[in-house]
Design a protein around this ligand. Structure first.
Ligand SMILES: Cc1ncc(COP(=O)(O)O)c(C=O)c1O
Length: 378
């Protein structure tokens, strides 16, 4: 009664987690195929993550960015080693913040070059966050409605339509920002040729390519970054969600020529990349790097299992899967909860599966059996 009603909450309160399971107040056990919406990459109560949190919090939880921060340097080095080229990282606390930083980088990059370019092309059904820049980048009426006027400088194109991108292009366009799999938009995977053409356009027109990896990144699709499936060389990528394994950590990674436009005072965050956040990210990056084959393997197994249900279109990669029922799926989520299965419905008609990356095939079999029962009973 005291919290603002910004969420439609399901009638259950989880008090504990273990591996891929959540437990409610009555001790009932639920199989979790949502993982805090692609956040709890290592599942719940992961020993290494808990040890890192305990150890770091006893030493130093937070220290201001006024001082040297070797923890950030270490995590940034790990991330840059996975990025395709030399670059630098800025740490923040969430996906929307990472995208705000990316938008600022784009604007400053062209200002420093003396070019009057600031517009960014984004896509219908995208999701980039709820703060003003990210919300304005998010071409969804339901997200923006009531908050106008929005931040100026975004032009929207149809996902997977290169013609539409060309139509949105202006002489002051500075960049193109996209998700290679639209998560909130209904697990819609970009077409390889489309993405290649977008990259070529960026190259030819001198535009920056920004890939929002907030949901797809950190091993979710079986590669550390999902853009790797599409042979992209982005200028900027944004991360959050899985990066801290449940602890809030966000990051923007930019190639060298872009990252260098941020100088002292350009941007900042009180909490961003504090020692505790970095301790979590370090464990997650190491562990997830070992899990990539597993994610591809169990992801493929899960996908085939969903296809065998023959109830809708299956989309996605690795452990970021969607089952489009082409009808409202919110009641199915409630039904699943009664059967102790945690799933999620996105874009109205799509059941979304983004489980902990440690999930095993027998868990998937259990989840599929419950889904089969619920969907057949309808
Ligand atoms: C692709 C993408 N970008 C950005 C965000 C916003 O992240 P956050 O909720 O951490 O601000 C989300 C959240 O769902 C997302 O899926």
């Amino acid at each position: 009664m005291y919290v603002m009603e910004t969420y439609t909450r399901l009638p259950v309160s989880f008090v504990r987690g273990e591996g891929v399971y959540l437990f409610d107040q009555e001790g009932r056990k639920y199989l979790d195929l949502v993982a805090g919406i692609a956040v709890n990459a290592l599942g719940y109560n992961h020993k290494d993550l808990i040890d890192a949190i305990c150890e770091q919090s006893q030493r130093l939880m937070h220290v201001s960015n006024l001082f040297e921060n070797p923890w950030q340097e270490e995590v940034a080095k790990m991330l840059i080693e996975k990025f395709w080229t030399k670059g630098r990282v800025f740490f923040c606390n969430s996906g929307t913040e990472a995208n705000e930083a990316a938008i600022k980088l784009v604007r400053k990059y062209f200002k420093e070059k003396g070019e009057n370019r600031y517009r960014i092309i984004t896509f219908y059904n995208s999701f980039h966050g709820r703060t003003f820049g990210s919300m304005s980048a998010t071409a969804q009426e339901k997200v923006q409605k009531g908050f106008e006027p929005l931040l100026e400088g975004f032009d929207y194109a149809i996902y997977n339509s290169f013609d539409s991108v060309l139509k949105a292009l202006r002489k002051d366009t500075a960049g193109i920002m996209l998700e290679v799999i639209q998560g909130e938009g209904g697990i819609r995977v970009a077409n390889y040729e489309f993405i290649q053409k977008v990259q070529e356009l960026c190259h030819n027109e001198g535009l920056l390519l920004i890939v929002d990896e907030v949901q797809t990144g950190v091993g979710r699709t079986g590669k550390f970054f999902a853009y790797e499936h599409f042979d992209l060389k982005p200028d900027i990528i944004t991360l959050a969600k899985g990066l801290g394994g449940g602890f809030p950590v966000g990051a923007v990674i930019a190639r060298e020529k872009v990252s260098e436009v941020f100088s002292p005072g350009s941007h900042g965050s009180t909490f961003g990349g504090n020692p505790l956040a970095c301790a979590c990210a370090k464990v997650v990056i190491n562990k997830v790097s070992e899990l990539l084959h597993h994610v591809s393997d169990v992801g493929e197994y899960f996908k085939r299992g969903l296809e065998r249900l023959k109830v809708g279109k299956v989309r996605g990669m690795g452990l970021m899967l969607g089952l489009d029922l082409e009808r409202d799926c919110s009641t199915i989520v409630r039904k699943a909860l009664e059967h102790r299965l945690v799933i999620n419905c996105t874009a109205g008609t799509v059941l979304r599966f983004v489980p902990p990356l440690i999930i095993q095939k027998d868990h998937i079999n259990t989840g599929l059996a419950v889904l089969d029962r619920i969907l057949k009973a309808r």
